[in-house]
Design a protein around this ligand. Structure first.
Ligand SMILES: Nc1ncnc2c1ncn2[C@@H]1O[C@H](COP(=O)(O)OP(=O)(O)OP(=O)(O)O)[C@@H](O)[C@H]1O
Length: 254
């Protein structure tokens, strides 16, 4: 669980995050949504320890980050898995080498043991048989799977995903969403996902933080977000034509 309390972060005198309070729950897919520029990435980077907030506290399983020792901060970074927007695979490495990379960086285990773990996670994301392929030889959806396998290979407690669906067709995007959700439950991970995709909200929105202009404007889950009359939320949720039509049809009882 990651708890953010009264978090403030700004740049050059301009306040970007204006006192965020939110609990990212364990074993849940926690989504951060909101328009461009609302502060989603800044919030994520504060949680990753990349930005230092001016005010407020971030607690990892109850312990405030500002009380962590240098060694505890290093340990925390080992407990974090990251799925980047474009997948961010190393082009010149095979699938296997990509997934092996964090193990070689962070563990002192023997290569044979590490390779066994790589095989295990590749199997979990249904990529067995693709070990020796290069990223350029596999589809976008498969690349995202590699990226997920690499993020979980060190058994992280926290998984951060920055728009894991970008660039995928809707069907593949849903498969990737479901995979992230299954892994979150299976391994009891606190998963935090930035997304612009309302399908993802519908599919895996177990705990949602909606940011507007650096403020937590709404929180809830997928069953609540499509029922709320809060105009700030509906303006955002129904900003796409498709969702406007669904809303109209619902209101007309179609
Ligand atoms: N390192 C930085 N220095 C100065 N300003 C920054 C920095 N990082 C972000 N900002 C500003 O903070 C604001 C929020 O940016 P942020 O990237 O968090 O938005 P976002 O909600 O993630 O948007 P998007 O959906 O487009 O990625 C923007 O005005 C941005 O210019």
């Amino acid at each position: 669980m990651i708890k953010v309390e009264d978090l403030h972060k700004g740049f050059d005198g301009e306040e970007i995050l204006k006192g965020i309070d939110f609990t990212f729950e364990r074993s849940k897919t926690n989504l951060i949504i909101g328009q461009s520029g609302s502060g989603k990435s800044v919030l994520l980077k504060c949680m990753l320890g990349l930005f230092t907030p001016e005010k407020g506290v971030i607690k990892y399983d109850g312990k405030p980050y500002n009380q962590f020792t240098e060694d505890e901060r290093k340990d925390l970074s080992k407990q974090i898995g990251m799925v980047f927007q474009g997948g961010a695979l190393f082009d010149s490495m095979t699938v296997e080498e990509n997934v092996l990379f964090p193990l070689r960086m962070f563990t002192k285990k023997k290569k044979k043991e590490n390779l066994e773990r790589v095989r295990e996670v590749l199997e979990r994301v249904n990529l067995d048989g693709s070990e020796k392929k290069m990223p350029s030889e596999i589809s976008g959806g498969m690349q995202k799977r590699v990226s997920i396998a690499r993020a979980i290979v060190n058994r992280p407690k926290y998984l951060f995903c920055d728009e894991p669906n970008s660039g995928l067709d809707p069907k593949t995007a849903t498969v990737i969403d479901n995979l992230i959700q299954e892994i979150t439950h299976e391994y009891d991970i606190t998963t935090i996902i930035i997304t612009h995709d309302m399908n993802s909200v519908l599919e895996i929105g177990e705990n949602i933080a909606f940011l507007k202009d650096g403020v937590l404007a709404w929180k809830g889950d997928k069953s609540q977000i499509f029922k709320t009359d809060d105009e700030t939320v509906t303006d955002f949720v129904y900003s796409s034509n498709l969702f406007q039509k669904v809303r109209k049809a619902q209101q007309q009882g179609l």
